[in-house]
Design a protein around this ligand. Sequence first.
Ligand SMILES: NC(=O)c1ccc[n+]([C@@H]2O[C@H](COP(=O)([O-])OP(=O)(O)OC[C@H]3O[C@@H](n4cnc5c(N)ncnc54)[C@H](OP(=O)(O)O)[C@@H]3O)[C@@H](O)[C@H]2O)c1
Length: 216
Amino acid sequence: MKIGIVGGTGDIGEGMAMRLSPYYDVIVGSREQDKAEATCTMGREQMAKRGKPCSMKGVTNQDAVDAADVVILAIPFKHAASTLATLHGFENKIVVSPVNPMEKTDHFVFVPPPEGSAALMIRSILPKEARLCTAFNTIAANKWKALDEELEYSVPVCGDDAEAKKTVMEIVNKVSRLRAFDAGPLTVSCMVESLTPLLLNIARYNKMRDVGIQFR
Ligand SMILES: NC(=O)c1ccc[n+]([C@@H]2O[C@H](COP(=O)([O-])OP(=O)(O)OC[C@H]3O[C@@H](n4cnc5c(N)ncnc54)[C@H](OP(=O)(O)O)[C@@H]3O)[C@@H](O)[C@H]2O)c1
């Protein structure tokens, strides 16, 4: 299976690419191919140092969409709509949104778009044949990149296409000790997206780092 990451050069994209690369062909996308290639060079070095297999290729965002079976949208909410407007070919692909619409003043606040969540806004932009799920919304970039640490977190997954959701949950369960939980349809993705500002505020006010969630 080929997993493309739009914005794969960013904070969570880089860590995701490395963590997924032993199990899947990871296609790192960027607005600039050179930047994507640099991420892959760094990723291959990090994985080789640890004696781990790694399949990573750096391309443009459009080439990442074209090559992938599953596309992760690792881009900031404020650039999601404009980025998607430049891309095409999502029909019948599984698309994963880890996107959280939030703002920071002296604390973090969930600021959803009129659709109710980033996922529902993205749903309204993508072609209807795209199979959209949310996942990975609550895992901090630092944790993705700390390759020598296990990721002991629960990952709620929302989506309306049962088969796509099953595939996304299988991908989640491949990574470290992540555990996927079916969190319902896309309409409830606002609840998942709003967890991240909560976690960040808890970290800030309790002097903690990279707070995560576990369902038990
Ligand atoms: N950071 C976290 O800890 C975390 C945790 C959970 C979920 N998330 C979610 O994951 C998504 C990515 O977060 P991130 O922290 O990885 O973001 P980021 O590092 O700020 O940006 C990711 C990538 O987006 C692209 N980008 C930046 N500005 C752009 C623009 N104006 N137009 C188009 N593309 C642009 C860049 O790729 P190129 O320059 O290579 O094109 C960049 O590397 C967000 O929606 C966030 O809510 C983040």
